[in-house]
Design a protein around this ligand. Structure first.
Ligand code: ZN
Length: 157
C-alpha cells in the first residue's frame, strides 16, 4: 500500500489473536487506555470529581491476519469495526468470556474463514505497525454476529 488513501478489498480472515479477550480498558471519560486498571486515568484525573470510583470501560482491539487474493497481512480492528463482527460491546464480550471458558478462542475459530469486505486505513499513529480496519462488512449470507454463535455454542439464551 504505497499511498495513504484507505483501500477497500475483499479478504478472508485467516487467524485471530485471541489473547486479552480482544479488548482493553479505557477511561470512560476520555477513552485513553488505562495502564493500571486500579488507578485513575492519568489524562483526566485532575477533573475527576471522585477519585475513589473512577469510571472505566472496555473497548475492542482485535488483531487478526487476513488474506487478500495476493497476500496475507495483519490488521488491527478497533471498537467500531469489531462490534460489527462480534455483535456486542467489548464489556459484554468480556463478561461473557469470564463465565464461558475458551470463549475468545471459540470466537476466533468462528471468525476464521469468514469472507469480508474491509476498508483498511494507515494507522493514525505513525509508529503503529498494523493497518487499521476502518470498516468491515461480512459477505457470507449466513453470517451472524459472533456473540450469537457463541451463545448457541454454550447453550445460553
Ligand atoms: Zn481519562
Amino acid at each position: 500500500m504505497a499511498d495513504d488513501k484507505p483501500e477497500t478489498l475483499i479478504c478472508t480472515i485467516v487467524a485471530v489473536d485471541t489473547t486479552n479477550d480482544f479488548s482493553y480498558l479505557v477511561c470512560s471519560v476520555c477513552e485513553k487506555p488505562l495502564h493500571n486498571p486500579i488507578s485513575p486515568c492519568n489524562f483526566c484525573n485532575r477533573n475527576a470529581f471522585n477519585s475513589s470510583s473512577f469510571p472505566s470501560k472496555r473497548l475492542f482491539r482485535l488483531l487478526m491476519s487476513i488474506a487478500s487474493d495476493t497476500k496475507v497481512f495483519r490488521v488491527i480492528c478497533f471498537d467500531r469495526a469489531a462490534k460489527v463482527l462480534l455483535g456486542c460491546s467489548a464489556g459484554e464480550f468480556f463478561d461473557f468470556a469470564k463465565l464461558h471458558p475458551f470463549a475468545a478462542a471459540n470466537a476466533g475459530r468462528i471468525l476464521e474463514g469468514e469472507m469480508c469486505r474491509m476498508t483498511l486505513a494507515k494507522p493514525k499513529n505513525g509508529n503503529a505497525q498494523h493497518l487499521r480496519v476502518a470498516s468491515v462488512v461480512p459477505l457470507s449470507s449466513g453470517f451472524q454476529p459472533v456473540i450469537q454463535s457463541l451463545k448457541e455454542h454454550y447453550g445460553v439464551h
